[in-house]
Design a protein around this ligand. Structure first.
Ligand code: ZN
Length: 354
């Protein structure tokens, strides 16, 4: 991929590679040329440092908000009693883009659910193989991340823009109310670049469902069945990559959860760049009488090492900029203040006798 050059300067001079890592590919050096930005102009987007070892990790550009926060590990299970839903169009979206944060939040007390919207039929040796293998993978990903349960909606892969978005939204509203979801992790509906129609529809339906699930007029039959309204008040929106451009106000430290993230990607055998790619490379080298020490001496080691050292390297580079071993980036939307309570408080404090 030829990198756009209009903002190249801010990554110049950054080091590449950690202990035991292969040398930087030439492509990386080409990404860090000097900027042609006219004097007096302030960049509004920053090119992301990338290893060029993975097709799907961090986007080309981030715009960082001035109130950016680094979310560090939180001891003592501070999220106990809360529920999260990690929503993905495809079985590899959550593991690749936000698996570390899902694992972190669950370890800190959340009960987690994984919701997959498509049937992933377009990712397999045949369409039928894709459906079956990715169904198995979706369950395995949920287990690797520590989720309580995985759901699949099975809409046809790469055809979601032909689906009734209102139906996807209604099904999510039902699950948000049933599971009492407080927080979602999903792809950012406002990504500046997106080739996959499923991503657009899935995250747009999820965002609307977060709001509508809290209403008392939408789908009143839910209440007859015993459900109650439930607003989803926290959202971690992750980038789609590559080529994307995203607003980022939250960096999450996933240093302690990188191995869990790796295992969730190894579990994704039917699609994506991870799965059993490491053992395939090891076997291919062996057929030519060669070995890559990084991949160890068995398939399990090879699969883990391949994902960690190649596919996760962009998350290492991202973390390095914030003094972290590994990080994931989000546009975080938190709970709104209780405006009614604030107005009432103002009235109590400022009202005077008649
Ligand atoms: Zn996807």
């Amino acid at each position: 991929m030829k990198r756009r050059r209009f903002l190249g300067g801010s990554a110049a001079g950054m080091a590449f590679g950690g202990a035991g890592m292969p040398a930087a590919p030439e492509a990386f050096a080409a990404q860090t040329g000097s900027s042609a930005l006219p004097a007096g102009m302030t960049p509004a987007a920053y090119p992301t440092r990338r290893s060029a070892y993975s097709p799907f990790t961090t986007p080309d550009y981030f715009t960082y908000a001035s109130d950016l926060e680094v979310e560090r590990e939180r001891p003592g299970k501070p999220h106990r009693g809360k529920v999260l839903a990690a929503i993905q169009a495809h079985s590899d979206d959550v593991p690749l883009y936000c698996g570390g944060t899902v694992a972190k939040l669950i370890d800190e007390g959340y009960t987690g659910y994984l919701i997959r919207i498509s049937n992933d039929e377009a990712a397999g040796k045949t369409l039928g193989y894709g459906v079956v293998q990715n169904e198995i993978d979706n369950q395995a990903v949920a287990q690797a991340l520590g989720c309580k349960k995985a759901f699949s909606f099975y809409y046809r892969n790469h055809r979601m823009d032909d689906c009734a978005e209102i139906e996807i939204r209604a099904r999510l509203i039902f699950l948000f109310r049933l599971l009492r979801v407080d927080t979602i992790l999903a792809m950012d509906p406002y990504n500046h670049y997106e080739e996959n129609p499923d991503h657009v529809i899935a995250c747009r339906a999820a965002e609307a469902a977060c709001w509508m699930a809290g209403g008392s007029r939408d789908y009143p039959e839910h209440f007859k069945a015993g459900l109650k309204p439930k607003s989803v008040r926290e959202k971690y929106y992750h980038a789609r990559s590559p080529q994307g451009h995203n607003l980022t106000n939250r960096i999450v430290d996933i240093s302690s959860y990188i191995d869990t993230k790796v295992r969730s990607n190894v579990a994704n055998k039917g699609k994506g760049p991870a799965g059993e790619a490491g053992s395939r490379m090891r076997q291919e080298l062996a057929r030519r009488g060669r070995k890559l020490p990084l991949l160890g001496n068995d398939d399990e080691t090879a699969n883990f090492a391949y994902v960690k050292h190649f596919l996760m390297d962009d998350f290492r580079l991202l973390g390095e900029q914030f003094g972290l071993k590994y990080a994931e980036a989000f546009r975080y939307i938190g709970p709104e203040p209780d405006y009614r309570a604030n107005i009432r408080k103002y009235a109590e404090e400022n009202s005077v006798p008649l």
